[in-house]
Design a protein around this ligand. Structure first.
Ligand code: PLP
Length: 313
């Protein structure tokens, strides 16, 4: 990872090498904290963060679900997000917001430790590989079940939830696949370790509903809106994994993975075993949007530098 110059920590810009925490940081021990992943793209008219307000709303909602009170206001974090990109002089990068319980007391029930916030940025290319983005990836159903909603809040992007995702991801990688497909406790398709799942069948696009044990992906929401605007019928409903096997196309969405085609699930070719035309159309439109080339969707961009035609906040 290329080291950025600065990291935003608790309201201050600090040098990359000084962005450290104490070993008794509470969240480091118990995973109780929340985070966000957001991308800043080099748009045709300057760098802009994609759906920053939606990401920050999810961060505050995640904290609310965990009963964590965040020490900085929503508006302050909007400004801080732009500030950290500017401070590093980046045109494009990934932003990682994190809110965590700092050091002080130990034990599960401590209520007195400070809640701390940070934003780190780094350059991040195609999460599932440039080739995967172009040609499609191979997915394997995990032996790990997605966290049951009665035990873990799937709507919170909570740090501890990711033990489940990482177990699945490591298992898939060790078995020679690119990504893990996770089923819910009833055996229906939930999501991938860090992405939402879509299938294409004719002119219809289907993805599991928000009410299932999935993270409310912001790319998912964007793709649903975009696909409808492109004339596709989009349904949010549960389906078993064999529905994926016989789909015309399958693709994943996520901030890191963007819109990644899936060419194979559990050793079964999907469609022709290549990235399908609907997926590639949506991917291409998605990239036009994030790069500021589609005026209809400028509402989703927060420009890092105030500029004519861009959003002021
Ligand atoms: C478990 C999980 N599902 C789905 C997603 C996709 O969400 P988004 O599109 O908001 O990045 C992510 C990534 O944040 C994730 O970690």
């Amino acid at each position: 990872m290329e080291k950025a110059k600065k990291v935003w920590m608790d309201g201050r810009l600090v040098n990359w090498k000084d962005a450290n925490v104490h070993i008794l940081t509470h969240t480091l021990h118990y995973g109780f904290g929340v985070f966000e992943g957001t991308r800043c793209y080099k748009c045709v008219d300057g760098p802009a963060i994609f759906r920053l307000e939606d990401h920050l709303r999810r961060l505050y909602n995640s904290a609310h679900i965990l009963t964590l009170e965040l020490p900085f206001s929503f508006e302050r974090m909007i400004e801080a997000s732009k500030e950290i990109v500017r401070a590093n002089n980046y045109q494009e990068c990934y932003l990682r917001h994190i809110a965590y319980i700092g050091d002080g007391e130990m034990g599960l029930g401590t209520m007195t430790n400070p809640t701390r916030m940070a934003i780190a940025v780094w350059k991040w290319g195609a999460y599932l590989g440039a080739d995967g983005l172009k040609r499609g990836i191979r997915l394997k159903t995990s032996s790990y079940t997605r966290l049951p909603v009665q035990s873990f809040p799937a709507k919170a992007k909570a740090i501890g939830n990711y033990v489940n995702s990482i177990l699945a991801k490591r298992e898939a990688l060790k078995a020679g696949y690119d990504e893990a497909l996770m089923l819910d406790t009833a055996g229906y398709v939930s999501e991938a370790s860090g992405e939402n799942v879509f299938l294409v069948s004719g002119n219809t696009i289907i993805t599991p509903p928000e009410s299932s044990s999935i993270l409310n992906g912001i790319t998912r929401k964007s793709v649903i809106e975009l696909a409808r605007d492109l004339g596709y019928r989009v349904k949010e409903e549960i389906f078993p994994r064999d529905t994926l096997y016989i789909a015309d196309e399958v693709f994943l969405t996520g901030t890191a993975a963007e819109v990644t085609p899936v060419r194979e699930v559990d050793n079964r070719k999907i469609g022709k075993g290549i990235a399908g035309p609907v997926t590639l159309e949506i991917q291409s439109e998605f990239f036009n949007i994030v790069l500021g080339k589609n005026p209809e969707y400028k509402k989703w961009l927060t420009y890092v530098y105030p500029k004519k035609g861009g959003r002021k906040k």
